[in-house]
Design a protein around this ligand. Structure first.
Ligand SMILES: Cc1cc2nc3c(=O)[nH]c(=O)nc-3n(C[C@H](O)[C@H](O)[C@H](O)COP(=O)(O)OP(=O)(O)OC[C@H]3O[C@@H](n4cnc5c(N)ncnc54)[C@H](O)[C@@H]3O)c2cc1C
Length: 483
C-alpha cells in the first residue's frame, strides 16, 4: 500500500542513521531503508573467521567517533555504546626495532621520537592541543558555508595542513618522527606529496591527544546499534534487507536523503536531478582501494617493538619514504610489494571479542582502484618484518578483496572505502564544487553519505549537515546548519 512519511533515508550507515536522528529530533516521521540485513554500513561486527571471534569488517578505531560533535549530542551510552581506550592509541614500528607512539600525552609522544625531534613535535602541536572541540567545529564541516567560529586557529592549522606531508615532515630529522607523521597522513589514502595530506595527519595526531582513538566495546556494531536504538526511541523506523533501486520502492515523502555513493543516488533518482548535476555526479572521482585481512589469532601479535604491544592501532610500513612509495605505487596502478598497513588489535583492550586468551587482529593495505590481485603474501611479509612469528599464530584468516568490499557495501565502489578520492581539493569539495554540497538540484533530494563533507570516518557529520540542510530547504525550518 502506498503511504507517506515526512522523510525517507536510504542507507543505515553512521551518516544515514545520524541524518534520520536529526530529522526525528525535529519532530518528523522518518523511515530508513537499508540493503543489508543489519544496520551499520561501515560500522559493523561479524564472526568472519571462527566461532566466538568477533571482527570489525570495516571501521575499528574511532577518533572521529568519540570526537564527533554530532554523536556527542546523542545519548549513545544509554543505548549501549561504551568507548574503550588502549594504553596508547597508536604505535609506529621502524625497521631497526624501535617505535614511535602517538600517546594521549604530548610529552610521551615527543619523547618516543627521540631528542632530535621531541622539541619540533611539541612546537608543532602546541597551538592546537586542548582545542579539539574548536577544531572539530571548523574543520569537520562543509567548507564553504559560513564563517569559521575560530578563524585564527583555523588559519594557523590551514597554513600547516595545506602542505604535503612530505614537506611538513622536513621539520623532523629522525625516522621515528617522520615515519609516525607519514603514517598519520597516509589516512588520506593518497601519495604523501599531495597537498592537504598534512592536515589529515595533524587532525589524527590532535585527536589522539585530545579525545583518543577508542574502539567500541563488543565491536563497531555497538555504535550503529546505539544510533539505531536512539532513532527508534525518537519514533524512527528502520527496514533492513531492502536494497532500493528506484524511488517507486519508497513511501512518498517530502524529503529523500541518500546515504549512498553518488552512483547509487543516480541509479535511484538520477532522472529527477537537473542534467548538469547528474553529469557532475556521474564523473565522480574515486580513490584507491583497500585489501583487507581479518585474523583469528592464537595469541597477541609478537611485535618486535614493545610499544606496539600496547597500542590499539599499529601502522606497519617503516619509514616515510617506504610509506610514500607504497601509496604512490597503488595510485599508479601497480601491485603492492611492501604495502603500508593499518592494523588494529582490539582484543588487547576488549577481550569480549574472542575466546579467552585468543585475539582478533585486522590489517589492510592500499591497492589500485578495482584491483583483482591477491595481496595476502605481500601483507604478511610486511607483518613478519615487524612481528617475526606472526604467521605461526594465525588460526584463521578472512581475506577481503576490493570486489568483496563492494559486495559487502555498495557504497565502496571498486574497494574505495573513502567513497571518493581524498586527493587534494577532492577531500574538501565533495561530491562537486557547491556551497551546499548536500543538495542535488532537486528540491526534495539530498546526499548524506561520506561522499559529502567532512568525508570518510564514523562520525555521522555528513548525515547531520545533510539533515539540517533538508530541514531548511524542504521543510522551511530556521535551524542552523552547524551542530
Ligand atoms: C575496511 C574499512 C576500514 C575502515 N576503518 C575505519 C576506521 O577504523 N575508523 C573510521 O572512523 N572509519 C573507518 N572506515 C570508514 C567508515 O566505515 C566510513 O567512512 C563510514 O562508515 C561512512 O559512513 P556512511 O554512513 O556514509 O556510509 P556507510 O557506512 O558505507 O553506510 C552506507 C549504507 O547504505 C547502504 N546502502 C547503500 N546503497 C543502498 C541502497 N541502494 N539501498 C539501501 N541501502 C543502501 C549500505 O548497505 C550501507 O549500509 C573504514 C571503512 C572500511 C570499508
Amino acid at each position: 500500500m502506498p503511504y507517506s512519511v515526512d522523510a525517507v533515508v536510504v542507507g543505515a550507515g553512521p551518516n544515514g542513521l545520524t541524518a534520520a536522528v536529526t530529522l526525528a529530533e525535529a519532530g518528523l516521521s522518518v523511515e530508513v531503508f537499508e540493503a543489508a540485513e543489519e544496520v551499520g554500513g561501515g560500522a559493523r561486527t561479524e564472526e568472519l573467521t571462527l566461532p566466538g571471534f568477533r571482527h570489525d569488517p570495516c571501521s575499528a578505531v574511532h577518533p572521529t567517533g568519540i570526537g564527533s560533535p554530532a554523536f556527542r549530542r546523542m545519548p549513545l551510552a544509554e543505548h549501549g555504546l561504551e568507548w574503550v581506550h588502549h594504553d596508547v592509541p597508536l604505535a609506529h614500528p621502524l625497521p631497526d626495532g624501535s617505535a614511535a607512539v602517538l600517546a594521549r600525552s604530548v610529552g610521551e609522544t615527543a619523547m618516543s621520537m627521540g631528542p632530535e625531534d621531541a622539541g619540533a613535535y611539541r612546537r608543532l602541536v602546541a597551538p592546537f592541543t586542548g582545542r579539539w572541540d574548536d577544531l572539530a567545529a571548523d574543520v569537520l564541516r562543509p567548507p564553504l558555508t559560513g564563517l569559521p567560529r575560530h578563524p585564527a586557529l583555523l588559519a594557523r592549522l590551514g597554513v600547516l595542513g595545506v602542505q604535503p606531508a612530505t614537506l611538513l615532515a622536513r621539520r623532523f630529522s629522525g625516522d621515528r618522527a617522520r615515519g609516525l607523521f607519514a603514517g598519520l597522513a597516509a589516512h588520506a589514502i593518497t601519495g604523501l606529496g599531495t597537498p592537504l595530506t598534512s592536515g589529515v595527519g595533524l587532525m589524527f595526531a590532535l585527536a589522539g591527544h585530545d579525545v583518543g582513538w577508542p574502539i567500541a566495546r563488543g565491536g563497531s556494531q555497538a555504535i550503529s546499534d546505539a544510533l539505531a536504538g536512539h532513532l527508534r526511541s525518537l519514533g524512527g523506523k528502520i527496514h533492513t534487507g531492502r536494497h532500493i533501486r528506484s524511488l517507486t520502492e519508497l513511501p512518498s515523502a517530502r524529503a529523500y536523503l541518500f546515504n549512498t555513493a553518488p552512483e547509487g543516488l543516480l541509479e535511484i533518482a538520477g532522472e529527477r536531478l537537473p542534467a548538469r548535476k547528474a553529469k557532475a555526479l556521474g564523473g565522480y572521482r574515486h580513490g584507491l582501494a583497500v585489501f583487507k585481512i581479518d585474523y583469528a589469532m592464537d595469541g597477541p601479535v609478537p611485535w618486535t617493538a614493545p610499544e606496539a604491544r600496547r597500542a590499539g592501532t599499529v601502522h606497519v610500513g617503516g619509514t616515510l619514504e617506504e610509506i610514500d612509495t607504497a601509496l604512490v605505487r597503488a595510485s599508479r596502478g601497480l601491485s603492492p610489494e611492501a604495502p603500508f598497513l593499518i592494523t588494529a588489535q582490539p582484543t588487547l583492550a576488549d577481550p569480549t571479542r574472542a575466546p579467552e586468551g585468543k585475539h582478533v587482529f585486522y590489517a589492510y593495505g592500499h591497492v589500485p582502484f578495482g584491483w583483482t590481485g591477491d595481496a595476502t603474501d605481500a601483507m604478511e611479509r610486511q607483518l613478519e618484518r615487524f612481528a617475526p612469528g606472526f604467521r605461526d599464530l594465525v588460526l584463521a584468516r578472512h581475506v577481503t578483496t576490493p570486489a568483496d568490499i563492494e559486495a559487502h557495501n555498495p557504497n565502496n565502489i571498486g574497494g574505495d572505502i573513502g567513497v571518493g578520492s581524498m586527493a587534494a581539493l577532492h577531500s574538501l569539495l565533495r561530491p562537486a564544487l557547491s556551497p551546499v554540497p548536500y543538495t542535488t538540484g532537486a528540491p526534495d533530494i539530498f546526499l548524506c553519505s561520506s561522499a559529502t563533507p567532512p568525508g570518510p570516518g564514523v562520525h555521522g557529520l555528513c548525515g547531520h549537515y545533510a539533515a539540517r540542510t533538508a530541514l531548511r530547504k524542504a521543510f522551511g525550518r530556521k535551524v542552523p546548519l552547524s551542530v
